[in-house]
Design a binder for this molecule. Structure first.
Ligand code: NI
Length: 187
């Protein structure tokens, strides 16, 4: 296993429609998937699509750690070839997203709250399941990468874009306010 070099906004591979994978049960594909998982963890990401490591093929990896499972279940690392999804409700929900190909930025992105998705695993078996909340958001974000779409393209309120320094500042401020409110209650 080895780490792959990430591609960043501006690299043409991120804007191309990735090609379907016809034979996923090869040593080359297994190595690519393993490298992507390793690269995702090393970069502290929760998802990665093959174009983000310079490979224009339809493969994504992702997981939902317990720290991000507020509105969904924890999901172990998934490897999906040729993934696709359909919305299962008609409501879009805005949530904060970041992307390893756009370091430092976060923005509010509208996504379907509940989806059904399908893809093929490393063992060649079809994986089919429903997802909601953050789980559904990650899957939609990664599948977008296979169609050359970045989350920036989906932001309707551009003023929601912020740098992660400011995000950390806001989190600290919110914690402080919560702490102050608690202290006031105790007093
Ligand atoms: Ni991304």
């Amino acid at each position: 296993m080895s780490l792959r070099r990430l591609t960043y906004l501006g690299h043409p591979v991120l804007r191309r429609c990735a090609a379907p994978v016809f034979d996923m049960m090869t040593a080359e594909m297994a190595a690519l998937a393993q490298d992507m998982v390793e690269t995702m963890h090393a970069s502290h990401g929760v998802g990665l699509a093959a174009p983000q490591v310079g490979v224009g093929q339809r493969l994504i990896v992702f997981y939902v750690p317990s720290s991000r499972a507020e509105d969904t279940d924890e999901v172990p690392v998934q490897v999906l070839f040729n993934p696709e999804f359909i919305p299962l409700d008609d409501g879009l929900v805005s949530g904060l997203e970041g992307c390893l190909s756009l370091p430092g930025l976060r923005g509010m992105v509208p996504r379907w709250h509940r989806i059904g998705y399908r893809g093929t695993g490393l063992d060649g078996r079809v994986i089919e399941r429903e997802a909601e909340g953050f789980h559904a958001r990650v899957v939609q974000h990664e599948i977008d990468h296979l169609d050359g779409v970045m989350y920036l393209d989906r932001i309707t309120d551009k003023s929601s874009l912020l740098h992660e320094y400011d995000w950390h500042r806001r989190m600290q401020q919110a914690e402080k306010e919560q702490h102050d409110a608690q202290s006031a209650q105790e007093a």
